[in-house]
Design a binder for this molecule. Structure first.
Ligand code: SIN
Ligand code: FE
Length: 292
């Protein structure tokens, strides 16, 4: 399996040739990571205070910015660095959106911008309970925001000012992991999705699909043997580079690195070139029934 597809997207806004756009979408949908070594998020020296002052609230691992409310969450910044932080997050959100629409024009009409996040602490030494620990191989699924079969597309930038690389492990293809854990995943209790909505635990209906994806994430993270023995590779992303992946599909673990920006997009499953590799379609095939 080829884990990475390199796209030499030049800096600037020049149009991308159709063949590259097609190859990029095809690689992402096949479960590969799209790596853009020359396409970094530009940051001038005036942002330096963000790399030296305390930015996070106690207990939070990321600062996030919601484009729908225009608010920042998880930060304990003082006034001056707060406005700098806000400016960086907003600029990055635009950079991410432009990159995706330039490289993946077929997704443009089905793309919704979700959270933007900044991760200023060193991952390697950050203590985390297993369920929240991104150093364990996992796929992404959101407990409070069901995605009902649509896709999670994420764009990451390593903005480490000292030039430190960002290290990931990438695991086996989605279907292999699904086949491994699916037999142990039971259906949700009757009426549980209604109860989750009534208690505002979820923002919309947690479908059988969302239930399976959350269970899958848990099973993967909890299983020490899987963590050690599943087929996997290590990949380093240099400072100044950008990468994208469907993180609902790609088994990933962030092992080392500090100062990273990330933009989440939700993508309508109907916009894919090839739906057959989407987690919803793979799981429906394996279960022999509709899941949303
Ligand atoms: C994750 O999505 O698991 C975290 C990625 C990272 O911090 O590199
Ligand atoms: Fe993740």
């Amino acid at each position: 399996m080829n884990y990475i597809e390199v796209v030499d997207l030049p800096p600037g806004q020049s149009p991308v040739v159709a063949e590259t756009c097609y190859r990029s979408a095809e690689a992402l949908e096949a479960g590969q990571i799209l790596f853009l070594p020359r396409h970094g998020f530009p940051l001038s020296g005036s942002y330096q205070p963000l790399f030296s002052s305390p930015i996070l609230h106690r207990g939070s691992k990321t600062v996030s910015y919601s484009p729908s409310t225009g608010k920042l969450y998880g930060t304990a910044s003082t006034r001056q660095s707060l406005s700098l932080l806000e400016e960086m997050m907003k600029r990055f959100a635009i950079f991410a959106q432009k990159t995706v629409t330039r490289l993946l024009p077929i997704y443009r009409t089905g793309l919704v911008r979700a959270r933007t996040s900044f991760r200023p602490i060193e991952i390697e030494t950050r203590p985390m309970p297993w369920r929240k620990d991104d150093k364990r191989l996992h796929i992404d699924a959101f407990p409070s925001s069901p995605i009902q079969g649509n896709r999670i597309l994420r764009l990451f930038c390593n903005i480490n000012p000292a030039g430190q690389t960002h290290l990931w492990r990438i695991g086996e293809p989605f279907e292999q992991t699904a086949r491994r854990f699916l037999p142990s995943i039971k259906p949700p209790f009757p009426f549980s999705s209604a109860a989750l909505m009534l208690t505002s635990t979820t923002k919309s209906r947690r479908t059988f699909y969302d239930h399976i994806m959350l269970c899958l994430q848990d099973r993967m993270k909890r299983d020490q043997r899987y963590q050690e023995e599943a087929e996997q590779v290590k990949v380093e992303f240099p400072a100044g580079s950008t990468w994208l992946a469907f993180t609902d599909q790609v088994s990933h673990a962030a092992m080392r690195g500090q100062y990273q920006l990330e933009q989440t997009f939700l993508l309508d499953i109907n916009r894919l070139h090839d739906q057959s590799t989407a987690p919803l379609i793979v799981l429906e095939r394996l279960k022999g029934r509709k899941l949303v």
